[in-house]
Design a protein around this ligand. Structure first.
Ligand code: ADP
Length: 484
């Protein structure tokens, strides 16, 4: 079960605090396992409050010097980190596939995607502009400065072990903030490898730390700290709500990227092949384990049967297996709990009248492998209409009118992504404007990139990541009123 790396030192069993690789005070560790085989692939320190507090102090001590460097200088350091990440793309992808399960080509894609945030925010660092406003009386000059918020914290999930980190660290460091990152306990190895490359790129001691271990204890220390001025979290709505409440006493700034329940609407006038391609891309990427995965697929009556036929053929042809094997497009799910959730959503739907169009049976590979599944006859009364499945199951709902589809799509407390497939340009505008989500994909199932503002409305979160808006989340305006 050894991980074959060109740079074996990228596999770490220590955390990064104040530029040093350290274990937990207790000496305890946390095992990291390969979801495809169950084999242990590494272990990381099981840290708690004390180590987190030291990491926060180190970030605070590093802040003045980092903030004082020119944007151009910080950009150069980030640029070097980007280059090193790309240079070690394969090693990082290997670590990722082993601890997370996604197919190796998908992992390589994520590494490039992760690096793109570092590159983008290295560029944006140089474009943090203030404002000069009109004075209200003679001799008055109004200037708005943009300053880094200060010490920031990030808590990230296991489904994108690299990209969810870089899209927080990139803008934070570019803005002149320092950061403490708590990666997901299921996928800390990719994170620590990024830390090795960060040091190599010249990111100074204390500017970026990684702390692994007891999520609740680390989270509490980060939320309760007076020094930490901002928390950026990606994960479940449930934990997001808890963190938000824990941050209330110190009035911390928050960015929250929480659960989704993405509708994908296929209208009668859609190109059926593009719709199938979009459904596959959106629903089955990362075995359905992304927060922007289509969770409810609404299909208009006139195209329904044609779409089902082609979708079933495409889903039936997917290859499930260990992500290291060539040709595999569906890796294992992250753990047994994830499998149970998909199973429950299928059982619930079937008990209320849905039908299996393809899949639905246990996968012969066992473990946490799951056969990609399509259900038809799904309705709003079923659990999948209200909750994220986070697995490779596509539920198809049939609808008659556009108004009905938009109302059904908006019938959820979530509002992250939505997708529509139609060739009618008026409908594209109407429906895009009518959907209560932060993002809409039109005739595409892939919408995430560093250029665009990623984020949700309603209970899917606060703030945006990526794009020129992403760096604003780490800046505070300061208004200076000058009188001659
Ligand atoms: P998921 O259900 O997808 O694993 P979570 O919200 O549980 O999503 O996990 C996302 C991140 O939140 C992970 O890094 C996890 O360790 C962290 N986390 C979970 N519980 C807490 C908590 N009580 N305090 C702080 N972080 C937490």
């Amino acid at each position: 079960s050894a991980i074959e790396l060109a740079r074996p030192d990228l596999l770490r069993d220590r955390c990064l605090i104040n530029g040093e690789w350290v274990g937990a005070d207790s000496g305890l560790t946390l095992a990291v396992t390969d979801p495809a085989t169950g084999a242990q692939v590494g272990n990381v320190p099981y840290m708690g409050r004390a180590e987190t507090e030291r990491a926060i102090l180190a970030a605070d001590a590093a802040l003045p010097a980092w903030r004082a460097r020119t944007a151009r200088d910080r950009a150069a350091v980030l640029r070097r980190w980007n280059d090193l990440i790309l240079q070690h793309q394969r090693d990082l992808a290997m670590l990722m596939t082993r601890e997370q399960g996604k197919p190796l080509p998908e992992a390589q894609g994520e590494v490039a995607y992760a690096a793109s945030f570092i590159e983008w925010f290295a560029e944006e660092a140089k474009r943090v502009d203030g404002e000069v406003l009109q004075g209200q009386r003679a001799g008055q000059h109004i200037v708005v400065l943009k300053q880094p918020i200060g010490v920031c914290a990030a808590i990230t999930p296991w489904n994108f072990p690299a990209a969810m980190i870089t899209r927080k660290v990139g803008p934070a460091l570019a803005a002149g903030c320092t950061m403490v990152v708590k990666p997901a306990e299921l996928t800390p190895l990719t994170a620590l490898a990024l830390g090795v490359l960060a040091i190599e790129a010249g990111i100074p001691a204390g500017v970026l730390q990684f702390v692994t271990g007891d999520a609740a204890a680390i989270g509490q220390a980060l939320c309760e700290s007076d020094i930490v001025r901002k928390l950026s979290f990606t994960g479940s709505t449930h934990v997001g709500r808890l963190l938000m409440s824990q941050c209330a006493p110190t009035i911390k700034k928050l960015s929250l990227e929480l659960g989704g329940n993405a509708p994908l609407i296929v209208f009668d006038d859609a190109d059926v092949d593009r719709a199938v391609e979009g459904i596959i891309a959106s629903k089955f990427r990362n075995a359905g384990q992304t927060c922007v995965c289509a969770n409810r697929i609404y299909v208009q009556a006139g195209i329904h049967d044609r779409l089902v036929e082609r979708l079933v053929a495409a889903v039936g042809a997917m290859r499930v297996g260990n992500g290291l094997e060539p040709g595999v497009t569906q890796g294992p799910l992250i753990n047994d709990k994830a499998v149970d959730k998909v199973r429950q959503h299928i059982d619930d739907a079937l008990s209320l009248g849905a039908k299996v169009a393809v899949g639905g049976t246990p996968n012969p590979l066992g473990g946490t492998f799951f056969t990609p599944t399509v259900l038809t006859g799904v309705t709003q009364a079923m659990r999948v209409a209200q909750e994220e499945t986070f697995g490779p199951m596509a539920p198809l709902f049939r609808f008659e009118t556009e108004e009905e589809a938009v109302a059904l799509a908006n019938d959820t407390e979530f509002g992250l992504a939505a997708y529509i497939f139609t060739e009618d340009r008026r409908r594209i505008w109407r429906v895009s404007e009518g959907l209560e989500t932060g993002m809409v994909g039109v005739n595409t199932g892939l919408i995430s990139n560093e250029v665009a503002p990623f984020g949700g409305v309603k209970q899917s979160g606060l703030g945006r990541e990526g794009s020129r808006h992403g760096i604003e989340e780490y800046l505070e305006p300061k208004y200076v009123c000058m009188q001659d």
